[in-house]
Structure formats: C-alpha cells, structure tokens
Design a protein around this ligand. Structure first.
Ligand code: AMP
Ligand code: ZN
Length: 494
C-alpha cells in the first residue's frame, strides 16, 4: 500500500501518515462563513483538501474516509449583511451556501461527506461550554462565557509556536474589562433583542442568558459530534492557525482530555493576485463566479478546470500567485488534452475509473501533496499520448489503454477530461473543421489531376495560420486543432 507522508504544522515535521482507524480515516476542514460569494482565496483550501480527500479515498478505500467541512451560518458579518440588505438571515445563508457549493463544484471539488451548519449544532456547543465551565476552564462575565487561557497556559500557543506572553505583547487583542486575561476568548456572547439567539449554557443553576456562540466553539463541537474526540487530520488556511485553531485545540482538549483532538494539522498558504495581496482596496479582489463568468482579470471566462490547474501548480504550503498569464497557459494545455482525446470515440463513453493509475502520480501526491510534480508527470503522459513514436508503435488497443490511463490519472487530481473532450467534440467549430477536411480532400483530388495546387495551398495555409495541424496522408485529410487554435481566423474562409 502507498505510504502517505504529510507535513504536520503541530510538530513542524513531515511524517508517514498512520490513521487512528484505517477503516475510518477522519478529516475536518474549516469551511466558509456564508454571507457572500466565495473569493478566489477561499477556493484554495477547498481544492487542496479535495486532492487530499481523493488521495485518501484512493489509498484507504472510498468507503473508509470521512470528510467534514462546516458552514459558519451564525456570525457578526452575516448579521451585518442582513442589516444592510434588509434580507432575512436564513435567506442570505441558504443562498450563499448554494452558491458556494455550485462554485466549488465547477472547480471539480467533491462534496464532503458531512457539511454541518453551525446553527444545527447549538445544543452540542452549549453542552461543551457547560462542561468547560464545570471543569474550571471557562467563566461567566457580563453575559459572556469566556475560555480561561490561564487554565491551560502551558499548552496554549503550541500549534502556532508562541507563548501566551508573546501573544499578549504582539496581538491586537480586545482587552475587554471583564476578561481575566486579555487572551481569553469568547465561547458564548449575549445577543441583542433583534439578533439571532438561543438559550444559553446553564451555570450554577442559572441560564447565562440568551445569546449565540463565539466562532471557535462550532468547529470543536461539530468535529466531536461527527468525528469523535480523536481524529486524523484537521485542515484550513494558514490565517486560521491563530487564533481560530489554537482556540479549537484549547476548547476540545479541555472538554475531552481523554482524546487528542486532531493528530495532523495541515495549513495551506495564502493566495495572491499578480504578486499582491488580494484586497478590495487594491481593486484586485474577485470572486470565483466573477472569474468563471469573465468578470475577473483577463476579462474572459476562465473554466473551473483551468482554475484548478493553476492552483495545483503551486504546492499548498507555498504562497500562490494567481496571474492571467498562468490561466492562459493552463487553458491552452487543457484544451489540447481535450482535443487529443476527442478523437477516440470509444474512450468518451468509458468509465474513467477503469484505467490503470500512473503510480508515479500517486507517489507525488503521497509526498505531502506534491501537486506540481503530479501535474508535471501528467503532462509527460499527455506528451506520450499525443505524439511519441513509441505510442504510435502500440496496437490500437494499447493506445486506447494508454489514453484511459491518462484520463484516470487526471481524475485523481480532480480533472474530468472525458467531459472536457465531449464538450470539445460537440463545439460547433469542430463540426466546421470536418467541413474543411472534406473540402481540402476534394481540392486535393482535383489538384492531382490538374496539377494546380493553388487552392490546396491557400486552404492549407489559412488552416495552419489558425493553429490547425494539417495531416495529409494516403488515407485522407486529418485536421487537428493545435494548442494555439483560433477559430475566429476560420471565419469567412471557404
Ligand atoms: P472565511 O470565510 O474567511 O472564514 O475563509 C474560509 C477559508 O478560506 C479559510 O480556510 C481561510 O483560511 C481561507 N482563505 C481566506 N482567504 C484566503 C486566501 N487569500 N488564500 C487562501 N486561503 C484563504
Ligand atoms: Zn474551524
């Protein structure tokens, strides 16, 4: 069996991954706060952990992996959005949840096995808070329940490698007068009359008061409910390491000291745009939907698989730079793959899981998700399938098997090449090419008789200029759109 090696933020080391229960490998990833369209940066953890999910399913068996990603559907930002737009909170959260799933679906991301919404787990959060109060890890102050960092001082900050004193000195913490230590964080806070609220935890026989949970407690409560007190992998963007993940660890380990919460912590680095932080003030902020529909940089729709391709070129632990140039190159490559596969009719009807996976791609992914190496290896497969003399020396059957193996290996990275090839085949311009194949073949027969090749040469030159590869043989004429194929140049050509 392939050994997966993962870098663990908690130990700062790469180590072989050994699941707690190989029959049920468990992963939790922090999901979005649902009040608006996902921006391109939000898509990075989705794609990164989708590749990990696919790899785990391949290595451990599809039925032996449980992937949970939450939706934060109660939060100050959501309440603010409802105030600004006059829309009910439910409408905002359900609509943006749908948008998120649609957008991520376009990037080829599988849906996790569980997608809990915070508001569906309030009783579990309240129970956890009550447990923390009872064990002295939390206290009540002015309608709030706060986690007492001093009750866990030795361990708090281990994940991000800081001590409590450093954090106090360096962080912009909210020094609310009711906090015992400025680093203490909110587990429960009072809700205003017109804000969403629930019955609060009970402490010393009295309810703390109508309110809502702090942000961090939801991940602790939901991961415990769905994955147990010890699970294998916890993931999210590097911006969440502190304070979010640090606080999750404190709460979960104090509430369930018998477990170890998450064993492996994985964090993706941030996404930038053309070398700069993506931000509204810099005017380089755009959503995934903007990009898909041509409202992003470049001004042209960028298909989901192109976005995925660009993402996977950079290792998840490195900052990734989105550029319009990278998107153009990725699109050219993927278009070429689709064209190349579209000629094999039988292949288009096959199940992509039937091909033999390229083990060197599996191994690249198993090495702490080396997606850029996996892509390089996939490109070599494409080159082989495309034009190597070795490939052309194979029997039809073997050529077909090699194409299927390419398709299956691409599927492990989340690319549906058969779907892309079908779309390619059905594009009107491809049908037009069939028309040019016929006219060129006809002109050639004529020219062989008249010895006047002017018309053949004219057509051929125009096709080549449009980026079409013209293959003429005894069997006939084959027109294959090349990587720089520009259908517009064929307009008006007869
Ligand atoms: P949020 O909705 O802000 O809580 O973020 C949802 C997820 O997107 C989290 O895992 C964040 O770490 C991640 N994220 C936000 N901005 C970026 C970015 N620029 N690059 C990569 N990941 C990001
Ligand atoms: Zn979380």
């Amino acid at each position: 069996m392939t050994t997966i090696t993962l870098y663990n933020t908690a130990t700062r080391k790469k180590a072989p991954f050994a699941p707690i229960d190989p029959q049920n490998v468990r992963m939790y990833v922090c999901g979005p706060t649902v009040y608006d369209r996902a921006h391109l940066g939000n898509a990075r953890p989705v794609v990164v952990f989708d590749v990990l999910y696919r790899l785990l399913r391949h290595v451990c068996g599809a039925d032996h992996v449980t992937y949970v990603r939450n939706f934060t559907d109660v939060d100050d930002k959501i309440i603010k959005r409802a105030d600004e737009t006059g829309q009910p909170i439910d409408k905002i959260t359900s609509e943006t949840t749908r948008w998120f799933l649609d957008d991520m679906g376009e990037l080829g991301a599988l849906e996790p096995d569980h997608m809990p919404r915070a508001t569906e787990y309030i009783p579990q959060m309240v129970a956890m808070i009550e447990g923390l109060l009872a064990s002295g890890h939390a206290y009540v102050a002015e309608g709030h329940v706060l986690f007492a960092v001093d009750s866990w001082r030795e361990k708090y900050g281990k994940l991000s490698g800081r001590s409590v004193d450093d954090m106090i000195a360096g962080a912009r913490v909210d020094p609310a007068p009711y906090k015992r230590n400025p680093m203490d964080f909110v587990l429960w806070k009072p809700a205003l009359e017109d804000e969403p609220g629930w019955h609060g935890p009970v402490w010393e026989g009295r309810e703390v008061g109508r309110g809502r949970p702090g942000w961090h407690i939801e991940c602790s409560a939901m991961s415990h409910e769905l994955l147990g007190e010890s699970f294998d992998i916890h993931g999210g963007g590097g911006d969440l390491m502190f304070p979010h993940h640090e606080n999750e660890i404190a709460q979960s380990c104090c509430a369930h000291p018998e477990g170890d919460f998450a064993r492996v912590w994985m964090h993706n680095e941030m996404l930038q745009v053309e070398g700069k932080k993506m931000s509204k003030s810099l005017g380089n902020f755009f959503t995934v939907r903007d990009l898909l529909e041509g409202r992003g940089p470049g001004g042209k729709p960028v298909p989901g698989e192109v976005i995925r391709f660009v993402f996977l070129q950079t290792h998840y632990r490195k900052p990734m730079d989105w550029t319009a140039q990278k998107a153009r190159e990725a699109e050219r490559e993927l278009d070429h793959w689709a064209t190349m596969l579209s000629v094999d009719q039988e292949l288009l009807e096959q199940d992509p899981s039937q091909g033999v996976l390229n083990q060197s791609i599996v191994e690249a992914l198993a090495d702490d998700l080396n997606t850029s190496l996996a892509l390089t290896r996939l490109k070599s497969m494409a080159r082989f399938v495309d034009n190597s003399t070795e490939f052309l020396g194979l029997s039809e059957k073997k050529q077909h098997a090699a194409r299927l193996s390419f398709v299956s290996s691409a599927a492990l990275l989340g690319f549906d090449l058969l779907q892309m090839a079908k779309q390619y085949r059905d594009r009107p311009i491809v049908k037009d090419l069939e028309h040019f194949e016929l006219s060129l073949a006809y002109e050639r027969i004529q020219a062989m008789q008249t010895k006047d090749f002017t018309e053949v040469d004219r057509l051929k030159a125009a096709l080549i200029d449009a980026g079409v590869e013209v293959r003429m043989s005894k069997e006939g004429v084959d027109l294959v759109p090349g990587p720089g194929f520009d259908p517009d140049k064929l307009e008006g050509l007869t």
